[in-house]
Design a protein around this ligand. Structure first.
Ligand code: A3P
Length: 286
């Protein structure tokens, strides 16, 4: 894995000038109307981004904007600055690395977690099927090898455990009322219900029927179909030919097809050891 370390956090090598980019992000002008979607990679970022974008625009069809241009760490920030409101930004950064203004403005943050076992399966499948221009080759090791790197925190954007801890700490102090924390699993279990919760949190005044339409429009199949030929939408140019792409399976519990009992138990032990004081519950099957 080709990673770059900055201030103790590992980043994927998708930016030629990561340090400057991170400095500029700190100085980014945040608007009160912004929604910033904060996720560890593979927690359902594309899914939530579309849902939130539809909610704030009061529509149930895909807009012409692409999530890629709203992703703070790998986009041109001039583009972000010139985007009209309401903006739905997104990032995999830790809370400390967000724009300073995040904490002073009235913007809203949507955080989404996904259980670590499905997260590592999803990450591995991406890692072995992509080759970025900066990352010369896809990951060629085994799933077990990748999972042990995950447990060691040697991942793009650092340790999943550290990420969850950092956001859980932030959400428990002011401005807690501006932070919504959801999960991939609750989105999967009851998509309409979660869209409703998001609409209430964002104050979009969305009708019940529009919530239903949005949930349907953003189904796994629809999103896979919609982004198939859309250059940049899910970065098709970085995937190897015949790769599954971002929209791979879209299931809760796929880890069962990948993990031995021992590996699954190692994940349970690590989660218990590193996060049990936070009283979180992760859902591993529906
Ligand atoms: P899998 O690899 O398990 O299929 P991100 O957008 O954060 O990169 O996350 C990608 C993961 O979210 C992939 O998981 C992808 O299939 C899943 N996903 C994306 N859109 C989805 C949707 N509309 N419904 C369910 N899962 C979705």
């Amino acid at each position: 894995l080709e990673l770059e370390e900055l201030d103790g956090v590992l980043y994927p090598r998708y930016h030629d000038h990561l340090e400057q980019q991170l400095q500029q992000i700190r100085k980014l002008h945040v608007r009160d109307s912004d929604v910033i979607l904060c996720t560890y990679p593979k927690a359902g970022t594309h899914w939530l981004w579309e849902v939130i974008t539809m909610l704030v625009n009061h529509i149930s069809k895909f807009s012409n904007d692409l999530k890629q241009s709203a992703m703070l760490e790998n986009t041109d920030l001039d583009l972000v600055n010139s985007q009209p409101s309401p903006r739905v930004l997104n990032t995999h950064l830790l809370p400390d690395a967000l724009p300073d203004m995040t904490w002073l403005s009235q913007c809203r943050l949507v955080v989404c977690h996904r259980n670590p076992k499905d997260t590592v399966v999803s990450l591995y499948n991406m890692a072995r099927q992509v080759s970025y221009k900066q990352i010369r080759s896809a990951f060629e090791g085994t799933f077990e090898g990748y999972a042990s790197l995950f447990l060691d925190g040697k991942m793009p954007h650092g340790s999943w455990f550290d990420y969850v801890r950092a956001w859980e700490q932030v959400r428990r102090r002011p401005p807690a009322d501006r932070i919504y924390v959801g999960s991939y699993e609750s989105m999967s279990r009851d998509t309409v219900g979660e869209v409703r919760h998001l609409a209430d949190f964002l104050g979009t005044g969305t009708s019940e029927s529009l919530c239903e339409d949005i949930a349907r429009a953003c189904s796994f199949q629809n999103m896979k179909q919609a982004t198939k030929h859309q250059k940049g939408a899910a970065n098709p140019e970085i995937w190897k030919p015949d790769a599954t792409g971002i929209f791979r399976k879209g299931k809760v519990g796929d880890w069962k097809d990948w993990m031995t009992m021992e590996l699954s138990e190692a994940f349970d032990r690590a989660t218990l050891a590193r996060l049990s004081d936070l009283d979180l519950e992760f859902t591993y099957e529906l």
